[in-house]
Design a protein around this ligand. Sequence first.
Ligand code: NDP
Ligand code: MG
Length: 389
Amino acid sequence: MINNIIILGSTGSIGASTLKSISKNKKFKVTALSSNKNIKKLLNQSIKYRVKYAFIEDNRMYINYKSTFKKNKINLFFGVKNIDKILKSKVYLSINAISGISGLEPSLKIIPFSKKILIANKESIICAWEIIKKKLIHHKTEFIPIDSEHFSIWNLIKNENKEKIDKIILTASGGPFLKKKRKQITNINPKIALQHPNWKMGKKISIDSSTMMNKIFEFIEAKKIFNLKKEKLSIFIHPSSFVHAIVFFKGNIIKFLAHNTNMTIPISNALGIFNNNNKNIIHSSLQNLNNLKFIEPNVNQFPLLKIIAMIPEKTTFFETILITINDNLVNKYLNKNINYNSIHMNLLRLIKSPFFLKYYKLKPKNIYDIRKMINETNCYIENKIKNYA
Ligand code: NDP
Ligand code: MG
């Protein structure tokens, strides 16, 4: 039986890992791919995987390249928002590998047409898990998280009674500046901050990994997906990133999930593709297991960890405001409008602005509430971002 699959955000790092995972497996047929602007990569991928439908968000690219796609027997559409126009029934699986909060609407659009959905897009889970979950239940769509930590937790607890969970540890590599003092990285060039020691990822998540913001997002993501109280979750630095999550169960049983730092591993396993191990994997894994190290993170080194104390137990607009301020600051840093130090300095100041406090008691009801809050946040902070020395 052929399994049809749709990959949203196929031109990015997770999208490419997904295509790599299925490239030698004849059980999968790619139905549709999507990108934001990268039309050339989208065209190459569509030709290589003999895809019938491709989606691009950039209108100019759509107009300029529609006929090129047509010549290659591919229907190019403007915007993933039109995906429901081509789908007549549910596909076997879809994966959302779009970066940023723009991934939320595509998740909601594709759920009714998917038997199973793999969501890498953490921003949408953090801001709108309740909205996504409602849709998953309504359309009987199975969900598997594929952020490596969350895939690991999902895998470790799927056959367990949740009441037995005592504590879950999310591991963090510590990023490229683990051994540096804060004053050494005040003005660090984005090129250096993007060099993650263990993972090859998109730009945004690489910067978030260096500041530890990614782990705070993953803390919120785990809290929501697995419906946990904050006290059940902790973050530990594990520089080799071999272990992705550790679950402590009542009865003194500890389970952890380990694998090399390659996103094709959680993706392939979520897709049910189990390739044979190569000869060296057991030997190198045992070496890795002999050298496990877990260190409590230091808030002076990673000041953004202070945000954990502010995370509300129940979803409010806090998550949307946090994601939006951080997105804005990371973009400004990548465009060299602010220095590295200014990411955490601005974030810790702005998130406590009296203007936002009233929203931390309110809950978004739908995607329009979230969109409105994103706009309001961006407008409010625009003239308040400083470049710190
Ligand atoms: P990339 O930046 O490498 O890729 C992002 C993809 O999304 C590209 O295909 C891009 O298209 C597309 N895209 C960007 N903006 C939009 C938009 N506004 N509308 C539609 N499509 C858009 O990101 P990653 O693959 O690294 O990350 C994707 C998601 O997965 C993120 O949410 C990230 O946090 C999460 N994640 C990533 C991990 C990793 O190892 N990379 C690990 C765990 C989670 P284009 O190429 O045209 O720009
Ligand atoms: Mg992760």
